[in-house]
Design a binder for this molecule. Structure first.
Ligand SMILES: CC(=O)N[C@H]1[C@@H](OP(=O)(O)OP(=O)(O)OC[C@H]2O[C@@H](n3ccc(=O)[nH]c3=O)[C@H](O)[C@@H]2O)O[C@H](CO)[C@@H](O)[C@@H]1O
Ligand SMILES: C=C(OP(=O)(O)O)C(=O)O
Length: 420
């Protein structure tokens, strides 16, 4: 098992190139299943979750090849519609195979993903929506078994805003017979990027990025070329790392438009943030960091995937900050680890009250999920002494070469093998 060894104290400075968004690349890769021709995708990040998706696509019978960040998928000859537990258990986004397989082939079997460290994460909204579109669905021996001769359009109101739920239903609807209307749809930029790719395949989709999406199904879809949008969460993570170390960092190949609330919070915290079309610069310019209150909500509000990083920001900042998590019921697993490093955080229900700590001390800490891991690395950057972050396979799911990118900014971080 690998670990990160982080020595605190460096001020991050310089440029970092942002990768393509994991949460856009994953649905888009699953959407290649819908087309009977190859697609060429650019800006696909090199991540564990992307490799898991390639494995699933190959099990289904698709041909997948990668040349750097360019990926070609040919799903013409898919012969299996079964996503096995062994892979699904390592990546919840595997549920995104369900909509496309069912829509194109009339049947699919996808293992139930199960819960994870951040919460129970049920998929009832995906199943209910597909049933409304005419699918017969049973859950047997841990597998969702779905069939339909051809899905039909439906009017679906989603009880809760669900990102992958919206994506699964949108992918199913593009090959369904007639009009599907998804109300209370997720408005995340990754949903919009998926819609852009589907439209390039020939799909008829209107309203992506609003809470009502209208999709008129087509008989067939063709292949397309598409460039995945920049990762707004990776961008935000580097900006927070720059802020807490009093640094001056420019994120290149970034997309400021998708990160407005986060940039506003960073300005409120005292950072000087400037943007261009595809770059964001954060410069602390010797200013003190001030605590900020954040409450996670669906887009365009403050993203839950930036909550752990802002928890650390508040530990370092002067004052008292309140962080409220409203999306996932158990997304404060980083708090006990930060407390072990000396952070003063009180957890009450879904709110963390965070007081400024004069200093954090390096310690051995355990990563529990992707963004919690990132927050522990950030804490290690400002802690006195050495921090060992354990179980970094979580980080490898979603951050491309994080240690190389941080080293390029002057951080002292190494990937090491855990002692046997
Ligand atoms: C691969 C991907 O894109 N992952 C993102 C996606 O996850 P994901 O799409 O899994 O998250 P959802 O938006 O579906 O979850 C939002 C809330 O709805 C609940 N829910 C969801 C579906 C359902 O059928 N029933 C139900 O109750 C969830 O448990 C959660 O409390 O959006 C989350 C919220 O922005 C992000 O943190 C994840 O990084
Ligand atoms: C929670 C996340 O991912 P996933 O939905 O794949 O678990 C994330 O990207 O922060």
């Amino acid at each position: 098992m690998q670990q990160f060894l982080v020595s605190g104290g460096a001020t991050l400075k310089g440029d970092v190139v942002i990768s393509g968004a994991k949460n856009a690349a994953l649905p888009i890769l699953f959407a290649t299943i819908l087309a009977e021709q190859p697609s060429v995708l650019s800006n696909v990040p090199e991540l564990k979750d992307i490799d898991t998706t390639f494995k699933l696509l190959r099990i289904f019978g698709a041909e997948v090849s990668r040349d750097g960040h360019q990926v070609t998928v040919d799903a013409t000859a898919i012969h299996s519609q079964m996503a096995p537990y062994e892979l699904v258990k390592t990546m919840r986004a595997s549920i995104l195979a369900l909509g496309p397989l069912l829509a194109r082939f009339g049947h699919a079997e996808v293992s139930l993903p199960g819960g994870c460290a951040i919460g129970a994460r049920p998929v009832n909204l995906h199943i209910d929506g597909l049933r409304k579109m005419g699918a017969e669905i049973t859950v047997e021996a841990g597998y969702i078994k779905a069939k339909a001769s051809r899905l039909h359009g439906a009017h679906i109101f989603m009880e809760l805003v669900s990102v992958t739920g919206t994506e699964n239903l949108m992918m199913a609807a593009v090959l369904a017979d007639g009009l599907t209307i998804i109300e209370n749809a997720a408005r995340e930029p990754e949903v919009v990027d998926l819609a852009r790719y589907l439209i390039a395949l020939g799909a008829d989709i209107q309203g992506a990025g609003t809470d009502t999406i209208r999709i008129t199904g087509k008989e067939k879809l063709q292949g397309a070329c598409h460039t995945v949008l920049p990762d707004r969460i990776e961008t935000g993570t580097f900006l927070v790392a720059a802020a807490v170390t009093g640094g001056d960092v420019t994120c290149l190949n970034a997309s400021p438009a998708e990160l407005e609330v986060v940039l506003e919070k960073l300005r409120e915290a005292g950072a000087e943030v400037t943007t261009g079309t595809d770059w964001i610069r954060l410069n602390m310019a010797g200013r003190a960091l001030k605590s900020v209150n954040v409450k996670t909500v669906p887009h365009p509000g403050f993203p839950t995937d930036m909550q752990a990083q802002f928890t650390v920001l508040n530990v370092v900042a002067e004052g008292v900050g309140m962080v409220t998590e409203t999306i996932f019921e158990n997304r404060f697993m980083h708090v006990p680890e930060l407390q072990r490093m000396g952070a003063d955080i009180q957890l009450e229900g879904n709110t963390a009250l965070i007081k400024h700590s004069d200093k954090l001390t390096g310690a051995q800490v355990m990563a529990t999920d992707l963004r919690a891991s990132a927050s522990l690395v950030i804490a290690g950057l400002v802690a006195e002494g050495e921090t060992v972050v354990d179980r970094i396979y979580h980080i490898d799911r979603g951050y491309e070469q994080i240690e190389h990118k941080l080293k390029g900014l002057g951080a002292n971080i190494q990937r090491i093998n855990a002692p046997a």
